[in-house]
Structures are given as structure tokens and as C-alpha cells.
Write a protein that binds this ligand. Sequence first.
Ligand code: GAP
Length: 444
Amino acid sequence: MDKVVSLCRRRGFVFPSSEIYGGLGSTYDYGHYGVLLKNEIRSLWFRAMVQERDDMVALDSAVILNPSVWEASGHVAGFSDPLVDCRTCKLRFRADKLEDAHCGRRPSKRPGEDAQCDLTEARQFNLMFETRVGAMQDASSTAYLRPETAQGIFINFKNVAQLARRKPPFGIAQTGKSFRNEITPGNFLFRVREFEQMEMEYFVPPAEAERWYAYWIEQRFNWHLGLGLKRSRLRVREHSAEERSHYSTGTSDIEYLYPIGWQELEGVANRGDFDLTQHTEHSGTKLEWIEQGGERYTPHVIEPAVSIERIFVALLCDAYHEEVVGDRERTVLRLHPTVAPVKAAILPLIPRNDEMVQRAHALRDELRDRFFVEYDDSGQIGRRYRRQDEIGTPWAFTIDDQTLEDETVTVRERDSLAQERLPLSGVASWLEDALRQPWQPSDE
Ligand code: GAP
């Protein structure tokens, strides 16, 4: 993990936030390549969940909702973790995760293990961030930053199902920021207080819920494989009854083997009719499906939910490699070409040669119409290749002496380092085709 964090910082994927003011624990800002990688993850999710399906619609609901939403959903009463304080070291810990925590004075020991530890009784700590709406300072102005995007979907069920006549089974998908005042954020982006969720609520006739639950676990598992994550580092783990959230009648985590061990990457839950029933009771608006013949029912809901951050960390950990090529070390991100932030680099071999630079500029201008590409003319060619390897660019096109003679370029492949020559005029279609090819991690 440390190597990935250091690469992210060195190459401008992710920076600790507010650093010039001493930072703000576990809060991060995304730099150029981080933004590009996040955009790819989001757009691949949206493509699979919405663009390629007939049974899905998109939504973008507000971050701050009427506080009654969170009463109805159970978050005001129950979205909490047990917390203990240590009066000696002044640190806070999750009472249910003490075995993973370190004492503030003696980090080799767990909280409570040292004679000087003085832990309080556990108390429930609500993870929602409170804010105020408008100028009034009384209790009526209290509102919350959403801790999940899901509730914005449930409260729009009527708009989509009844007004747009979407018949179950159908889904509503949205991506957007969620906020949780986590007691113990950490492990880089794995657990942060502000993260971008990608959630979909799939509304089904009650009798079909089990079938769709199994269907979505399989779909989502295969989607992560398709991103290029190694199969050996992915697994599905079904929650025990005690572990499940208050709304769930069945939950399975798609777990990834992070450097900190097997952890939840994505959760797939069978939420039954909990949410629609709760919002019907609290709002007085019936959230149900009415068949043509007049038969009514409250649909059950299957929910796959994941954050971009958890995928981001998994992709980088999976792709990070250090190796020796010839007598030189290189760091390479073996990312699936479709998620790589930059799809190709365009490099004039001799930057002082005006003709090479002109050809390279022309190729860059042609390619960037369709792909995110990067032009680089600073430093020796070997260094430029390694800079691109480090950010995961799958191909580099080099304009050299031969280009000026016969209108061909060299294409260098990131993982195998193989090189071949292509006609300059065919580079765009070659790249288009290369991006469509199946791709597998090399050391599965
Ligand atoms: N609507 C259901 C829900 O929010 P969750 O398991 O609490 O369920 C869903 O969260 C997903 O959101 C998780 O599988 C994980 O990918 C992501 N997630 C949750 N808390 C997170 C955090 N503090 N930092 C980063 N990602 C988080």
C-alpha cells in the first residue's frame, strides 16, 4: 500500500488534502491522472449499468434531503458504530474493531492491553454529518449530508415508476458523493469520510427477489473481472444474519484481497420492501406498483453498491509492478487499457528535430479527438517510456527518422515491451481496435 500511495503522490494521482494547513486526516484531493482514472471507472460503470441495458434509468438526486428521509430510512436511529475513547492517549476507536487498532502510547499493543490504557464504556456514535439549512439556528434547520445515495433513489420511485411507467423489474442508477463521519478512516482511500458511491436500486416483483439477488452478484463480480482485476484476488462472501444491516434480508460482499487483507469492495444487498414501505409510512405517499388490472404490490429491491475509491485502490494495487528490464528498474502499472488514464503517448524521438515534432503534433491532434493521449518531448526516450509505464499508458507511438522516410511509426507495448511499425495514417484505427481487444492480467 505504501508504494501505491507514494506513486499516487509522485505522479499526481492523489494528494493529501489541505496539506499546506497540516492536512485533514484521511481526506484527499485528486490530481490530473487521478481524475482521469476516476472518470474511466465512473463511465465504465455507467456504461454497464445504464447505457447497455433497457431496464435502467439514471438519476442525480440532491446531497441534502429533507431530514425526514433519514428518520424513515433508519439512519437517524441506527446508522452508528460503537465508539470508545482512551482517556490516556485521547484516541478514539471502534469498539467492535479493537483487534485491528493500535494503542496510542504502545502501538505494538491493542487499545486496553497496556496498564496505562483507560478506555471509556462503548457508546453509539452516529456517522452522519450534520449541517444546517438556511439562516435559522434551531433544531428545525438541522439536516444531514447523505451517508448513501440510495435514499435519493427510493424517494424518486414514484417519479420513475408511476409517472414514467417503468414496470418492475427495472433499476435506477446514480453516482455521487456520500459522506460518513467514520471513527477510524484510513488505509489510504479505502475508508474515507467523503467518497463517491455508484449505487443502483433494482425494483422487482417480490417472488423474483432471490433470483435477481443471485443475478446481480454474478453481474457485478464479472464486471470487476472485466476491469482487469485478478480473479485470484476476488471472491464473494455472504454475510451471516448477525452481520447484515437492519434493512437487509441477504447481503453478499464482493471482496478484494487488498494489502490489508480480504475486504469489502462492493456490497450486493437484498433490501426486500424495507425502504419503500418505510417511506410510504413516513411520507404518506404510496410507493407501490399498480398492474394494468389494478393489482398492487410493493416491489422488493436488490442493491449493488460500490465506491469509486475502493475500485481505485484495488486497481492500483493489482496493477502495481516493479521489475528489472535489462539492467534498469522500472515501475509499471499494468492497468487494463480501457481504465488506463492515458491511452497512448506520442513521442518525437529527437525533440530538436522540427519535422519530427510537427508529425508528432499532427498525430496527437488527430488522436485526441477520440482518445485521451499525451504528448511528451522532454528528456531521453527511455525516461519518457518509463514515465508512461508508471502511469499505466498501454502504448507509446514514437516518431523517428524512419517516419520521415516512409511514414511509419513505432508502437511500443507497455507490458511486453514489444515494438512494431505501423503506417502513420493507420494509427487511429489501430488504437481503436487495440482498445477493443480482450485483455487479461499477465500474472493471474
Ligand atoms: N446503500 C448501501 C450502502 O451504502 P455500504 O456497504 O455502507 O452500503 C456501499 O456501502 C459501498 O460504499 C461499500 O461496498 C464500499 O464500496 C463503499 N464505501 C462505504 N463506506 C466507505 C468509505 N468510508 N470509504 C470509501 N468507500 C466506502
